[in-house]
Design a protein around this ligand. Structure first.
Ligand code: GTP
Length: 207
């Protein structure tokens, strides 16, 4: 898997654009994970997101170029009225908690309920990310995170937006799983059926 710039679009046109959402409590590091992935940057004083932030990037998965529209949602309750529109058409959902803050882990149930309520794609790929593993004061074990993810049929990874650990891997695994899920990303395209165009309706081209 590799990242390629816009100049390569002509050589290797993207097969699809995927919508990826990042959700979770305020302060868990959603924006930081997105910015680490898209810009390879980290701000120790990252300001809270207002409403939603949005970045576009691309990557090559198994030789296929894929565009990614990454939606970084605000964790703060006062922005939750925007919720349903965030989820529309999302093929990948990254749900983040902070391994040093147990309440962010306990709130994962709420976030998964929200995913079930608003997600418009039943087979959207879910991933649980335990962030901030660089910090010494961890209170949520890796096993607890894995168990939660398994219960919700979600992928699981621990990461640090600060040190980069696990960040690239998280996005790669998610995108790969989406691409490997039949109908999740290719079903929105209009399918051209020869039979509909034929005058005789016999499945043969009518020209
Ligand atoms: N040590 C450490 N700090 C982090 C990490 N990720 C994020 N932070 C810090 O945690 C704080 C919150 O990060 P954000 O990325 O703004 O969190 P958020 O989930 O987007 O927050 P909202 O926009 O309010 O929903 C910032 O001060 C970040 O610098 C990490 O992996 N390790």
């Amino acid at each position: 898997m590799a990242f390629i710039g816009d100049a390569d679009e002509q050589n290797n046109p993207s097969i699809t654009t995927l919508k990826i959402l990042i959700i979770g409590e305020s302060g868990v590091g959603k924006s930081s994970l997105m910015l680490r992935f898209v810009d390879d940057s980290f701000d120790p004083e990252q300001p809270a997101t207002i409403g939603v932030d949005f970045r576009v990037t691309s990557m090559v998965v198994d030789g296929n170029r894929v565009k990614l529209a990454i939606w970084d949602t605000a964790g703060q309750e006062r922005f939750r009225t925007l919720t349903p529109s965030y989820y529309r058409g999302g093929q990948g959902i990254i749900c983040v908690y902070d391994v040093t803050n147990r309440s962010t882990f306990e709130h994962l149930d709420h976030w998964m309920t929200e995913v079930d309520t608003y997600s418009t794609k039943d087979d959207a790929v879910k991933m649980i990310v335990g962030n901030k593993i660089d910090l010494p004061n961890r209170v949520v074990s890796r096993e607890e995170g894995m168990k939660f993810a398994k219960r919700h049929r979600a992928l699981f990874i621990e990461a640090s937006a600060k040190t980069k650990e696990g960040v690239q891997c998280a996005f790669e695994e998610l995108i790969q799983k989406i691409i490997q899920t039949p109908g999740l990303w290719d079903s929105d395209k209009p399918t051209f059926r020869l039979g509909q165009q034929a005058t005789g309706g016999d499945g043969m081209c009518g020209c």
